[in-house]
Design a protein around this ligand. Structure first.
Ligand SMILES: [Zn+2]
Length: 608
């Protein structure tokens, strides 16, 4: 068996098909012309970590247990990040595997073949006990255990929501000093962030010398540095290794530079990052260093204006090039088994530019088509007799004009009672004795069910009529100019199959294109209005009605007589057999995180 899978996060059929018809997609066209193209039905909700997990396992969230970026502990209503479940142990906070359902990679390994999964979401922490080689994707934390917060050093007094700001202090002629905060560790003053001193000497109008952790490097204005390796002394004889990249963004009126989030050093990881060690070493050598964060394309730095559009796009190019080198290196050694790589820069580019600069999005489609051509020539060079080649995405994409405050709607319609004076009350401000439904996560709505929720009041006989009533009202909800806000609402049994369905939301809310849950809704919060215009740089999204964002599937075999292909078919297409999911361990759950912790942890994720 020889299967090569290339995943393009967010590759959208409605953008691809017209480009293909005008001849701009020569490499993917070859697959289309041979009958190897189909739109791919995706699972609900069409969120990246849910969808790639469903593709890898061939089952929906009811069988793998990842339902949304944010889950909640029904007893306490405390939300947590589904991708980073944790437990407290004597060693401190430990990350658990988000799910353990069998993947196509495990199946290939069980069949006796080598299997490699590069940047597939939800594969952090690594599982060295399995014979699958992995470098994880979305969900891999930074060295603080969060999803990634960058640091902006500046001479300007400013505050930012999604980025840490630290002052650059004048220290002589064109010389500035600052500190870069690292992970928390034991200091004389107790548990505190460990810091490294930073010195910046401006040389002229376009360059400066940066000194950090005894390293000196020259920075050119607007150009990303190579990967920098840093060491934080976190207590007696305990060093945390980290990597980052930095960019000098201004040297005139103000002086400023931006560090991407401090990331796990793959050669000296703080947690089980990837497996086996040889894969990490080879990948490091072949790239000269690569970013490890699950979401390394710094959308937060761009959203906050720390870096420009062009600097963000340069970073995406660097990440794409790092990943291509790693992928091609693995491909050059490929003789049998499964090799998969997910390339997700297009997703970040669409989030940030689909609404305002569609020409940039188009360039990325062309770039990915060219990459497919390169992959096919590399495969040809291997001279393999028979192989399966699959290119697919996890969902499509739509512009995002209106943020929906679903908890405000629930409160306004009498399903929820919120007390307190906060402008953005959260689930701690809810009077549960008078609340029958609540929303937390980007597509999830829960009933407050007696004996399931900690302060549940909805009795078994009320569940069905209540769900029907909420579903009908949500579908009838329109804007003042008559636009439908929610185009599909699925009951639990319509959305999910499998033993863990009971852990999932009672309703999956499918927003109509143009709408999406507000970040407040994602965190279980409410706001002062039902809808809010989206003026963010983040102007497009996919966490909506899954029917409105189908994915794509290309393969080197004729699938024109296979209508209605869905995520459930991918393991079969990849391995020629269905996965046996008869023994599934429960997904990891955690209730130890609080609201503040959740918000800190999620900061790195542009969705919230
Ligand atoms: Zn995605």
């Amino acid at each position: 068996m020889r299967t090569i899978i290339v995943g393009f996060d967010s590759f959208d059929p409605e953008i691809f098909e017209p480009l293909q018809k005008t001849g701009k997609m020569p490499n993917l066209s070859k697959l289309v012309e041979a009958g190897g193209y189909s739109r791919l039905e995706v699972c609900s909700p069409p969120q990246t970590e849910v969808s790639w997990t469903s593709i890898a396992t061939g089952v929906d969230p009811g069988s793998h247990g990842i339902f949304d970026f944010v889950h909640r502990d029904p007893q306490t209503y405390i939300p947590y990040v589904s991708l980073l479940p944790t437990k407290q142990s004597v060693l401190g906070e430990q990350f658990l595997h988000p799910y353990t359902t069998k993947t196509l990679f495990q199946e290939a390994a069980d069949m006796g073949y080598p299997a490699t999964a590069l940047w597939w979401p939800a594969l952090f922490p690594a599982r060295p006990e399995l014979p699958v080689a992995t470098i994880p994707g979305l969900g891999t934390p930074d060295i603080r255990g969060q999803l990634g917060v960058g640091t902006y050093l500046t001479t300007e007094a400013t505050e930012m929501k999604k980025v840490k700001v630290a002052p650059l202090q004048a220290a002589g002629n064109r010389k500035f000093t600052a500190v870069l905060e690292g992970p928390t560790g034991k200091t004389k003053e107790g548990m505190r962030p460990i810091v490294l001193p930073v010195t910046l000497e401006v040389l002229d109008d376009h360059s400066a010398t940066l000194t950090i952790d005894k390293q000196k490097l020259k920075l050119e204005l607007g150009v990303w540095s190579p990967i920098i390796e840093l060491k934080f002394q976190a207590g007696f004889a305990f060093t945390v290794h980290a990597i980052t990249q930095v960019i000098l963004t201004s040297v005139k009126d103000r002086v400023s530079l931006y560090f991407v989030p401090l990331q796990i050093h793959p050669l000296h990881p703080l947690w089980h990052y990837a497996t086996p060690a040889s894969l990490v070493k080879e990948s490091w050598n072949v790239t000269g260093g690569f970013l490890t964060l699950g979401w390394p394309q710094d959308t937060n730095g761009l959203e906050e204006g720390c870096i420009s559009d062009e600097q963000f796009l340069d970073l995406c190019d660097l990440i794409f090039s790092q990943r291509k080198k790693i992928f091609f290196h693995q491909l050059s050694k490929f003789s049998e088994g499964v090799l998969a790589g997910i390339f997700d820069c297009l997703d970040r580019v669409q989030h940030m530019f689909m609404r305002t600069r569609p020409e940039i999005v188009e360039q990325w489609y062309l770039k990915l088509d060219a990459f497919v051509g390169e992959v096919r020539s590399a495969i040809d060079k291997l001279g393999l007799e028979k192989y399966r080649f699959i290119v697919l995405s996890d969902h499509g994409f739509r512009t995002f004009e209106q943020k929906v405050h679903l908890n405000h709607w629930l409160a306004g319609n009498g399903y929820m009672q919120i007390d307190g004076q906060s402008e953005t009350p959260d689930l701690r401000d809810v009077t549960w004795e008078n609340t029958r439904a609540y929303a937390v996560g980007l597509n999830s709505l829960y009933l407050n069910i007696a004996n399931r929720e900690g302060k549940g009041i909805v009795q078994p006989a009320e569940i069905e009529p209540l769900l029907d009533r909420i579903k009908t009202s949500l579908l009838e909800w329109k804007t003042e100019d008559g636009q439908q806000i929610i185009s599909r609402v699925l009951l639990k049994h319509e959305a999910f199959n499998g033993p863990y369905s009971r852990l999932g939301p009672d309703l999956v809310v499918g927003y109509a294109p143009g709408f999406r849950a507000s970040s407040e809704t994602g965190l279980g919060k409410s706001a002062a209005s039902l809808l809010e215009a989206n003026h963010d740089h983040w102007g497009a999204d996919h966490c909506i009605d899954s029917m409105k964002v189908p994915a794509v599937l290309f393969t080197n075999r004729d699938i024109s007589n296979m209508p209605g292909i869905s995520f459930r078919d991918i393991p079969f297409l990849a391995l020629g057999k269905h996965l046996d999911q008869s023994y599934i361990k429960p997904p990891s759950q955690t209730g130890a995180q609080g609201q503040k912790d959740l918000e800190e942890r999620l900061k790195g994720l542009g969705y919230l």
